[in-house]
Ligand binder design. Structure first.
Ligand SMILES: Cc1ncc(COP(=O)(O)O)c(C=O)c1O
Length: 416
C-alpha cells in the first residue's frame, strides 16, 4: 500500500518559528507539536466550519478533536453565534453587575443534571474543579482530597509540578479509575480528614485507553464518600452535555454531591460550572471568596442557553450516539480485519484508537505511522488524546473516515 504524501505545513512552521521568540515554547500546553506528531501536523489553524478545519497552509481536515471537547454541535454554529452577536450588539455583555442569564442557566441545570440544586459559574474547567475543592473543604472543614483523572492545570492537581510548593498538593492523593480497593485503602488511612473525592465518572486517563465503569465501581465510591462524610465531586468537564444531557451521572445512575461542567455546555464559548447540593454549595455564600472580572460576562451564558436549547430541540446527543455506535462498530471491524494490535475503547460520543503495548515498543512506531497516515489523508485525530464526534459529522464524513482508517491500518499491516 502506498504511503500517503506528507502535508505541506510551511506556513505553520514559519509561524511556529516566529512564535518561539514571542511565547515560551511557541504555543501553550496541549497545543504543542510534541502533543501531536512533530513535523506532520499543522500548528496553526485558519478556520473551521461544521466538522471541517482548514490550517494556515490551506490543508483541509475532517476533525475529531472538537477543540479538545467544547465543540458539540460544530464549528461556527450559526444559531449559537447569532444569539451571541445579538446580545453583544443590542445589550452588551461585560458589566459591573450580573445579567439575568445566570438565573436562567442555573434553573436549566436543575432540570437536567441530577445533583444540581445551586450553581456558580466560572470560565475554565480548571477554575471549576479548583472551586469545587475549595467548596468541599469549606463545607467539611477537612483538607485531604482523593482524585482520579485530569482536572486541569491548577496547583493542587497538575501533573508537572514545576513552580508549585509541595504543600499545595501534599494533601491530594491519586487513585486509578476502576480500582476501588486502592481508594478503600486510601480512605482507611485518610478518610477522616478527607474533604472530597473528585473523579471523572467515565474513565479517560490521559494518553491511555478509555474505561467504562466496572460493575459496582461508581456505587462503591459513592458509598465510601458517604461512609467518611467526604463530598463526592464528578468532574464532568468532558462528559457533561456529551454523554447525556444530565452528564455521565444520569447515564450511569449514580448521583454525586457536586459536579463540574464546562467544554460542551456552550459549543466553544468560555464558561464552566460548579453545581450541586444546596447545603454544600452554600459554603460558597459566606465561607469563601470566588470572583473574577470575567466570570459574569453574559456572552457565554447566552451561548450555553442556546446550545442547550439546540441539544434538546434537535435531539443532538441521540444523533451522536446513534451514528457513533455504528461508526465504532465499523472501526472495530476494520481493526479485526487488519489485526495489527490496534484497540478501540470508549463510548460513541468519545472513543480512542490505541495500540497494545509490547515489550519492544513497536507499538509506538505503529501508532505514529497510523496517525501520520490519517493526518496526511486529511483526518484530524491525534495519538495522544481520544476523539469526539460532533453533531455536524455527516454519514459521508464518517464513511470517508472509515476508508482512511482502513487504508492506514492496511499500511501498518504491510509495513510491520
Ligand atoms: C476532565 C477535565 N477536567 C478539567 C479540565 C480542565 O479544563 P480547562 O482546560 O478548561 O481548564 C479538563 C480539560 O481538558 C478535563 O478534561
Amino acid at each position: 500500500m502506498k504511503e500517503t504524501a506528507k502535508l505541506t505545513i510551511e506556513k505553520s512552521l514559519a509561524l511556529f518559528k516566529e512564535a518561539t521568540e514571542l511565547v515560551p515554547g511557541g504555543v501553550l500546553g496541549a497545543r504543542k507539536p510534541t502533543d501531536f506528531i512533530n513535523g506532520e501536523y499543522p500548528i496553526f489553524l485558519e478556520k473551521g466550519k461544521g466538522c471541517h478545519l482548514t490550517d494556515v497552509d490551506g490543508n483541509d481536515f475532517i476533525d475529531f478533536l472538537c477543540g479538545y471537547g467544547p465543540i458539540i454541535l460544530g464549528y461556527r454554529e450559526e444559531e449559537v453565534d447569532e444569539a451571541v452577536y445579538k446580545q453583544i450588539k443590542e445589550k452588551g455583555f461585560c458589566f459591573t453587575l450580573t445579567q439575568k442569564f445566570q438565573n436562567l442557566l442555573a434553573k436549566k441545570l436543575t432540570e437536567l443534571v441530577p445533583c444540581s440544586e445551586m450553581s456558580i459559574f466560572l470560565k475554565t474547567g480548571s477554575d471549576a474543579t479548583t472551586a469545587s475543592i475549595r467548596i468541599a473543604r469549606a463545607h467539611t472543614n477537612k483538607i485531604k482530597v482523593m482524585r482520579c483523572g485530569y482536572h486541569g492545570w491548577h496547583d493542587w492537581c497538575v501533573e508537572m509540578k514545576g513552580g508549585i510548593p509541595s504543600k499545595f498538593f501534599e494533601d491530594v492523593f491519586e487513585f486509578q479509575y476502576n480500582n476501588l480497593d486502592q481508594l478503600e485503602d486510601l480512605m482507611a488511612t485518610h478518610g477522616d480528614e478527607t474533604a472530597a473525592i473528585i473523579m471523572t465518572p467515565f474513565g479517560h486517563p490521559n494518553h491511555q485507553k478509555m474505561q467504562i465503569p466496572a460493575p459496582g465501581f461508581l456505587e462503591g465510591v459513592r458509598k465510601l464518600a458517604d461512609q467518611y462524610g467526604a463530598v463526592l465531586v464528578y468532574d464532568e468537564i468532558r462528559t457533561g452535555f456529551r454523554v447525556s444531557m444530565g452528564g455521565a451521572q444520569k447515564f450511569y445512575g449514580v448521583t454525586p454531591d457536586l459536579t463540574v461542567l464546562g467544554k460542551a455546555i456552550a459549543n466553544g464559548y468560555p464558561i464552566s460550572v460548579v453545581t450541586g447540593k444546596r447545603d454544600i454549595m452554600m459554603a460558597a455564600e459566606s465561607k469563601l471568596f470566588i470572583s473574577s472580572t470575567f466570570f459574569p460576562n453574559s456572552e457565554a451564558f447566552v451561548a450555553a442557553l442556546k446550545t442547550i436549547e439546540i441539544l434538546e430541540r434537535d435531539k443532538v446527543l441521540e444523533n451522536i450516539w446513534e451514528k457513533g455506535e455504528l461508526f465504532m462498530k465499523r472501526i472495530q471491524a476494520l481493526i479485526d480485519k487488519h489485526d495489527v494490535g490496534a484497540e478501540l475503547t470508549g463510548i460513541p460520543p468519545m472513543f480512542y484508537i490505541t495500540f497494545q503495548a509490547d515489550e519492544t515498543g513497536a507499538y509506538k512506531a505503529k501508532r505514529k505511522d497510523f496517525y501520520t497516515q490519517l493526518i496526511r489523508k486529511g483526518f484530524f485525530f491525534t495519538p495522544f488524546h481520544h476523539a469526539y464526534i460532533s453533531y455536524r459529522h455527516t454519514d459521508k464524513d464518517l464513511d470517508l473516515t472509515l476508508t482512511a482508517i482502513d487504508e492506514s491500518l492496511g499500511f501498518i499491516k504491510e509495513k510491520y
